[in-house]
Design a protein around this ligand. Structure first.
Ligand code: HEC
Ligand code: HEC
Ligand code: HEC
Length: 402
């Protein structure tokens, strides 16, 4: 018996030394050009499937049939996943097809995965492949939006995909994503705004459903603060952070000014809330709940006549689902925000889910207010400096800190 053990140990040691010598001599094939051997590819993918299956056990799947989730997921998929995975009617980039392992064309693959497995993959990414993890690990709600979209994508027509991902720009001919430095420099804001419009709509009113907040008529200082908070990683969103981090500071300013000057638009497909809920929301907003330390919201968010701090967002006429989501994020400490966000973390801390719903419904039912920015001369989009192609060194270090 002893001899057998000794022989096995010797063999293992020899194999280990042999492998180390191969690696040291630089003889291991690491070139992506040669691809994997069939066996290696199979083993790696098998290991990935098994790990995902085991490690996603116990993840509870929330309801995913809300059209707002699908819309939100589609907008992000187009920004961040399309180049590697393609979509109905859209091919993968030729460059990513030279990766090893090659990212699969995704639509036909979705049916092989359970929703909790898709959630796990999108949230955690896959080591030793190019599959990235979700940029804001706090935001499980956003990852679920992607899962809702992926499930809908498995049998989606190219036309429907473009409607969801591109919004009003659906009639424009399909074209590959142009790198910033190849875009016309005379109109630096144009292409940036076109991208914002896919989700926030050209008039800044969001796209119905409440997947994306209304920006039109919001306070300029708040909008700028929000973009800076996303860019520096102080406000957490895997959807908005990668977008904001790529904007130069003066472009952020111009965008904040642009949206602040647009007339507020109210657009919602949601059913009217019950009068009882509205009355409860109104009384909470006006009086708060003193014994539980919940302040009056009206004091900072209106409606009231006296001027308010311009870092306090206008929330009247905002989409109810967006307001409720932000309150939930504040309550669980996951939202982050500008240097003023701590105020809201304590204001929202003790709200119950019913109170959040009532407050969201009440503010959504109010007419959107005009802000001081309205009536100023319209922004001309051509007067800005050209946008630099690469993120600045500061942005890059921000990204590393995260
Ligand atoms: C830089 C390229 C890249 C990007 C960007 C990327 N992925 Fe992937 N993804 C991969 C690669 C490579 C694999 C294959 C992993 C493997 O085979 O183990 C993969 C695998 C997957 C899978 C499992 C597919 C299967 O059947 O094996 C899903 C689902 C997925 N990605 C979703 C997404 C989503 C959603 C996004 C956007 C948020 C995204 N990926 C962004 C490269 C990418
Ligand atoms: C892929 C869709 C998408 C695109 C493109 C997009 N946004 Fe957003 N935006 C969102 C979502 C989703 C949120 C809410 C994120 C959260 O929960 O924090 C948001 C939030 C915001 C907010 C915060 C609003 C508030 O009330 O706090 C601002 C400001 C904003 N976006 C500006 C922009 C600008 C400017 C652009 C273009 C450069 C842009 N967005 C492009 C989806 C998008
Ligand atoms: C003392 C002032 C103050 C009070 C009181 C207050 N808020 Fe806020 N609220 C803020 C500030 C400041 C922000 C912006 C946080 C940031 O900069 O990211 C905010 C943000 C919000 C947002 C997110 C808006 C968006 O566009 O993302 C919602 C929703 C909100 N508050 C609802 C409420 C409700 C409901 C109450 C009452 C229970 C309340 N607030 C009480 C100051 C206040």
């Amino acid at each position: 018996m002893k001899r057998v053990v000794a022989a096995v140990a010797l063999l293992a040691a020899l194999a280990g030394t042999g492998a180390f010598v191969l690696v040291s001599l630089g003889l291991v094939s690491i070139g992506a050009s040669s691809g994997h051997w069939k066996a290696t590819g199979w083993v790696l993918h098998y290991a990935m499937r098994r790990a995902v299956s085991t490690q996603s056990m116990g993840i509870k799947v929330p309801p995913l049939d809300d059209p707002a989730l699908v819309l939100k997921g589609a907008g992000h998929y187009h920004t961040s996943c399309l180049a590697c995975h393609g979509a109905p009617g859209e091919e993968r980039s030729l460059i990513v097809q030279q990766m090893t392992p090659e990212p699969p064309f995704l639509p036909p693959r979705i049916e092989h995965w359970e929703p909790q497995e898709l959630f796990w993959i999108v949230k955690n990414g896959v080591k030793f492949t190019a599959m990235p993890a979700w940029p804001a690990q706090q935001r499980d709600d956003e990852v679920w939006a992607l899962v809702a979209f992926l499930q809908a994508m498995s049998n989606m027509s190219p036309k429907r995909y473009r409607q969801l991902a591109l919004g009003g720009q659906v009639d424009q001919p399909a074209k590959p994503v142009t790198p910033d430095h190849l875009r016309p420099l005379q109109d630096p804001l144009g292409p940036v705004l076109a991208n914002c419009s896919r989700c926030h709509a050209e008039d800044g009113g969001g796209r119905g459903e409440g997947a994306f907040p209304r920006l039109a008529g919001q306070n300029e200082a708040y909008l700028l603060g929000a973009l800076q908070a996303y860019a520096s990683g102080k406000r957490h969103s895997g959807i908005m952070q990668p977008i904001a981090v790529r904007l130069e500071p003066d472009v952020r300013k111009a965008l904040a000014q642009h949206y602040a000057e647009l007339p507020p638009v109210s657009r919602t497909d949601a059913p009217e809330p019950l009068p009882d809920s509205l009355a409860q929301g109104r009384s909470l907003a006006e009086r708060g709940v003193r014994e539980r330390g919940i302040p009056s919201c009206v004091h900072c968010h209106g409606p009231k006549e006296s001027p308010r701090n311009s870092m306090y967002p206008n929330i009247a006429g905002q989409y109810a689902p967006y307001l409720k989501l932000q309150l939930e994020l504040f309550t669980s400490g996951k939202r982050g925000g500008t240097e003023y966000a701590h105020i809201m973390h304590s204001a929202a801390q003790r709200l119950t889910p019913e109170q959040m719903q009532a407050l969201a419904d009440y503010y959504a039912s109010l007419p959107a207010e005009e802000t001081a920015a309205r009536g100023k001369p319209a922004l001309t989009l051509n007067r800005r400096e050209p946008i630099r192609p690469e993120p600045s060194a500061q942005d890059a270090s921000n990204q590393q800190q995260r």
